[in-house]
Structure formats: C-alpha cells, structure tokens
Design a protein around this ligand. Structure first.
Ligand SMILES: *Cc1c(COP(=O)(O)O)cnc(C)c1O
Length: 382
C-alpha cells in the first residue's frame, strides 16, 4: 500500500448508506435519485440544464450524435487530452482534427485553431487540462465567427470557473466525469450541463433509446414507442446515490486541492531541472487543481521511469496526464499518420511530465513529503 497514492476515492458512510437505501427500494434506474443528482449538479454549477449519463465519454458521444455529425464532418480537438475526447468524435464517423498545446498551460493553442478550420468543420472541443480553464471568451469569438458548436470536455474541471461562470457554460455544452480518480466519483458516471432547452430534451430522449415516455408517463406499464435512434447511456440510481453525497463534499475537496497544490508548488518552484505547470487562481481564471504537473528538463527525459520508480519505492504515487499526444496513439497514428513536427508542445508535455497528487485524501504534511522525496530522487539520479 502506498502512503501517498495518486488518487483515492473519498467514500464515507454517507455514500454507503445512500447506496443501501437505493438497494432497499425497488427503483434502480429512471428514478428520483438521478433527478436529484442532476438538480444538485445544476445548483453547484449554476447550469440551466443538467443531464446525467453513464460516463463523460458517453456524454460527449451523445452530444455529437444528437447534433447529427458523421462522415465528412470535422471536429477540432486538442492533441493533449485523454483519448476519450477523440474517440467520442471518431465514433460518429466524423474526423478529429488535432491542434497542438500551449507550452505554458498544456491547453489547446488557441492561436493555432483558425488555420485548422475548413468548410467541413462543425465544432471545436476544448479540454480544461488538469483543471486549468481554457480562455473561453477567445474560443467563443472564433466559434461565433465560423458558426461552430463548442463542447467543453470538463472531465477534470469540477469547480473551475472563468469570470465566476462555471466551465461547461461558456460553450454550448460541458461534460464532466465521475471516474474514481476525478474530483469526485460515482464509480463510473458523467454529467452534461448546457443552456439550450431543446438540446437538453433531445439528449434526455436519446440517452434512453429514443423512447417517447419515461416510466412515470406510461399509462399502461410497458407500453411506449421509440421515436428516434438512441443509446442506453443512462446513470443508474445506485451511481447517482453516490453522486448526491459526493457533490455535497465537493467545495471542501476543492479547498483542500488548492491548499495542497499551493504548498507543493511553493516547494518545487525553485527546483533546478524541473518546471511546474502553473495553475491560475485570479479574478478571471480559477483552476480546480486536479494534480500538480512537473515537467522534467530535456536531459532528464530518459530518466523519467527511474524517477517514478524511486518515488514509488518511497510510497509516493504519480501518474502521467496524458501518456501520448492522442494523434501519436497507435489507432490514430495508423489511421491518419503522425508527423513529429506537428504537436511539439503536446509531445513535450507527455514525454516529460510527472503528475503529482494534490487530492483531498492528502494533507499539507504529505505535500512536504512529496517535495522532499522528489528532491532527493533528483539528487540520486544525477
Ligand atoms: C478521464 C477523462 C475522460 C473520460 O471520462 P470517462 O468518464 O471515463 O468517460 C475524458 N476526457 C478527459 C479530459 C479525461 O481526463
């Protein structure tokens, strides 16, 4: 057992009791608990509409499907992201068009977006990388000019805001993940937030087979019609019950993340041979501190596995976000080809970063331990 694991779900008695309560009842899907979780998530983010789904990936696919994207269409996405951002596009038959990262944040390089727009471009998807908000006002200016839909992949953006408006509400839709090591968990799960009522109703319809009436609306049990093609991308009551309890703890988790991040960043900022990716917390941009990314200097690239192993031996968990620029991943490389000069910053971040934990399962003393041990690892490998 690691003393300081990278991620650890914060499941307490409240979550366990809530799950038992659902299991003791008779409604496991299509029930009041998912509705309640949606309401609480909408309240937290100040979103007009929230639609629960089975994962962030499902939510993104659902949106693209609802918008009718398919072969011949192009969607702009960042190269530095989870493969899910690209798969959600690819699953529709549309083509993901990758754009490199900015070196200083890891977010999509906004200045490189417009040259990637063609007559086939339908949408821009952005990712708030490690919880650092993308400059959405700039993205929206480009999107409006070219009449493009904007999806925010908010898988790591719970609590991140721009001008005090939650991420996910600047573009046309935002999709969150509740996978175990994200800011909070439902086991598996996701949530879409959006402003447009018509699209919200459509998403609710097609996340459940395109069935025209929910259980409560059926005059004769079991009798319904399907009015459009759809998926089963729902969130069960069991998962939602965990979410209802977890979201009550989110504000507290976020404070801990910020405190941990600042403590660790302060201790690592003047270390030679490494660079800490900054996470803003100012009037305009508020990060939600998913983890602390340390980038190794070029001469240490090859030593990364050794450093990670040494940290691991000291009981310190780490991760890599994300292990490859997505266009370099085998599936995409084989399908679209990969050019080493095209995604230089994304490759630099993928190949040099160590993601250190700052989650609410850890305290300031743990941050001091991480800093101390990282320093000694760097000494040791010299
Ligand atoms: C984790 C992650 C996803 C996938 O989320 P799931 O809920 O597991 O589908 C998508 N995008 C990003 C940026 C992620 O970090």
């Amino acid at each position: 057992m690691q003393k300081i694991p990278f991620g650890k779900p914060m499941i307490g008695k409240e979550e366990k009791d809530a799950v038992i309560e659902v299991l003791n009842g008779s409604i496991l899907v299509h029930g009041p608990v998912a509705d309640k979780f949606e309401q609480l998530f909408a309240d937290f983010t100040n979103a007009p509409h929230a639609v629960s789904v089975s994962s962030c990936t499902a939510g993104m696919h659902l949106i693209y499907f609802a918008l009718g994207y398919g072969p011949g269409d192009e969607i702009i996405i960042p190269a530095q992201t989870h493969v899910a951002t690209a798969h959600a596009v690819e699953l529709t038959g549309a083509r993901p068009v990758f754009v490199d990262a900015e070196e200083h944040t890891g977010n999509i390089d906004i200045n490189a977006i417009e040259t990637s727009i063609t007559s086939r471009t339908k949408a821009i998807a952005v990712v708030h990388y490690l919880g650092v908000p993308v400059d959405m006002p700039k993205i929206m200016t480009i999107a409006k000019k070219h009449n493009l839909f904007v999806l925010e992949d908010c898988a790591l953006a719970h609590g991140a805001t721009i001008n005090d408006i939650h991420t996910g509400l600047h573009g046309d839709a935002g999709v969150f993940s509740f996978y175990p090591v994200k800011h909070f968990t439902t086991g598996e799960g996701g949530m879409i937030i959006l402003k447009d009522n018509y699209l919200a109703q459509k998403l609710k319809l097609i996340k459940a087979f395109g069935v025209d009436r929910s259980h409560g609306e059926r005059k004769i049990p079991g009798v319904y019609d399907s009015i459009t093609l759809g998926f089963n991308y729902r969130m069960s009551e069991i998962h939602a019950a965990i979410g209802v309890e977890q979201i009550k703890k989110l504000s507290n988790f976020l404070v801990k993340r910020k405190d941990n991040f600042e403590r660790l960043a302060n201790k690592l900022n003047d270390l030679p041979d490494v660079r800490v990716l900054p996470q803003p917390w100012d009037e305009k941009f508020k990060s939600c501190h998913y983890c602390l990314a340390v980038l190794l200097n070029k001469k240490l690239f090859k030593k990364r596995p050794e450093i990670i192993n040494l940290l691991n031996k000291k009981g310190i968990g780490s991760s890599v976000y994300y292990p490859q620029p997505v266009p370099r991943m085998k599936y995409y490389e084989q399908k679209y080809g990969y050019n080493n000069n095209q995604y230089i910053n994304a490759a630099l971040i993928s190949d040099s970063m160590i993601a250190l934990p700052v989650g609410p399962h850890l305290n300031l003393g743990d941050m001091d331990t991480i800093a101390l041990e990282l320093k000694s690892c760097l000494e040791q490998i010299k």
